[in-house]
Design a protein around this ligand. Sequence first.
Ligand code: GDP
Length: 295
Amino acid sequence: MFETLSQRIRAAVDKLRGRGRITEADLKATLREIRMSLLEADVNFEVAKGFVQSVQEKTLGAQVLESLTPAEQILSVVYEELVKMLGGEAKQPVLKSEGNLWFMVGLQGSGKTTTSGKLALFYKSKGRRPLLVAADTQRPAARDQLRILGERIGVPVLEVADGERPETTRTRIQQHLTFDYRDLVIVDTAGRLQIDEALMGELAKLKGVLGPSETLLVVDAMTGQEALNVSKAFEERIGVSGLILTKLDGDARGGAALSARHVTGKPIYFAGVSEKIEGGLEPFYPDRLAQRILG
Ligand code: GDP
């Protein structure tokens, strides 16, 4: 994950390591290199700019350059700013003892159905009793996909019928909760290849009736800057409480994901790191990712 970005940032910082004295010009050259590597990894322009400015202010202002260990201190400021850019403290979706309904939204192909299965398995292994709801009536194959997935991981799947009214879906979910003691409902909704008004209207309506406790936007990290536009559109039209970034196992352009927190203002809860349901989802820890990037 982020191998190219990591290599470049490390190479830039390594030039400073082992030097007794670092001039302001050295520092600026290093920061320029870091900025370039962020931009090439597709980190949002404003985010990259803000990052470099922050590191510069904190290192030039604090007499870091005159200190005995300037390179180490610069590195620790870079680390702090990287953690901050990724969202600071790790956050998890709110999970109450009951009444948890998570609404999964995102474009078609973003990994919504797969991620719904991954989440169900993740929380099942923690002792929860999930229920999956296949509400993607646009793509019948998605319902089959979720049903098969549910059978494999031992989680029941409620299939929404074509043209079913949201109120009916709500009642059917309620029946499962009452008779089958399910405590976490994960609703896989329809996606389109592009954002369109009809889809947004349907989603907003279903959301209004189901009243989810979390609305999780699934974002394909491989789609670069477009991922951020998608996030903004869903936030404006549907409202989003947190993000799940998928396909972080592919390295290319994953940098957009690094700015997702900053641009949307929403926490990143999980990262999809493989196609596999088992072990393919990891809680997102900004500090661990920053450590990994800096090596
Ligand atoms: P949906 O249309 O949003 O429901 O997307 P799907 O769940 O069907 O996923 C689309 C494709 O992305 C499938 O081939 C998945 O196996 C793949 N996929 C989903 N999440 C990940 C991930 O984290 N890593 C990788 N490599 N592939 C993923």
